[in-house]
Ligand binder design. Structure first.
Ligand code: SAH
Length: 211
């Protein structure tokens, strides 16, 4: 169930669905997804579907992980430092950490963050810095970032986030109510460019209290 063959099949499926970035596909082929979820669900790890990870949260659908990563990398070819908001299982973080030099990730639910950290250690991923906080404020002390990826959906873009982009930096975020759209924002010298992409369904970005 967790063999290289099932993983290869998932990658073929992602290509059929339109993922074309070879670096993204290769990293996803190499990264075990089953270790980012409960053992009871591990047999479903290579289906192209979101799955529960406890605390009312989900590990994102592989297609959406691939799509958001591709949108980031193609939006700014010079990314060396990325911020992720919503660590969750840590799967998206692990993909980013194999493509980008420095990864910063924020999560508001402490037990999820602890489990994700253990997984990074187990996989030998050493370029990830984590913090337990409300990520809608970004990570001002470590910014600015060449890229920011948000893996939970606000109704509207939190204004603090785009302000932590470098010039030329890109932000990819699902925005909306129950059904959202992927929005990519590029910071230009004196304005922000906005582009909309696929419809998606993420858990809400929760502002305020952390757990
Ligand atoms: N990339 C993750 C997605 C997990 S679901 C994965 O593939 O596993 C989204 C995550 O965002 C949840 O873990 C949720 O707790 C977290 N989240 C929601 N609002 C947040 C906020 N304001 N700050 C930080 N994390 C937040």
């Amino acid at each position: 169930m967790t063999s290289q063959r099932t993983r290869d099949r998932l990658i073929a499926r992602l290509q059929e669905k339109g993922i074309h970035n070879q670096r993204v596909l290769e990293v996803m082929r190499q990264t075990p997804r089953h270790i980012f979820m409960d053992e009871a669900l591990a047999t479903r790890a290579y289906e192209d579907t979101a799955l529960p990870i406890g605390h009312g949260q989900t590990i994102s659908q592989p297609f959406v992980v691939a799509r958001m990563t591709e949108l980031l990398l193609e939006g700014n070819p010079a990314i060396t430092k990325v911020l992720e908001v919503g660590t969750g299982s840590g799967y998206q973080t692990a993909i980013l950490s194999q493509l980008i030099e420095q990864v910063y990730t924020l999560e508001r639910i402490a037990p999820l963050l602890r489990q994700a950290r253990d997984r990074f250690t187990a996989l030998g991923l050493r370029n990830i810095r984590t913090r337990h906080s409300d990520g809608s404020w970004g990570w001002p002390k470590e910014g600015p970032f060449d890229a920011i990826i948000v893996t939970a959906a606000p109704a509207q873009l939190p204004p603090e986030l785009r302000g932590q982009l470098t010039i030329g930096g890109v932000l990819v975020i699902p925005v909306g109510g129950e059904v959202q759209k992927l929005l990519r924002i590029t910071r230009l010298a004196d304005e922000y460019r906005e582009e909309y992409f696929d419809p998606v369904r993420f858990v809400p970005l929760i502002r305020g209290d952390i757990q």
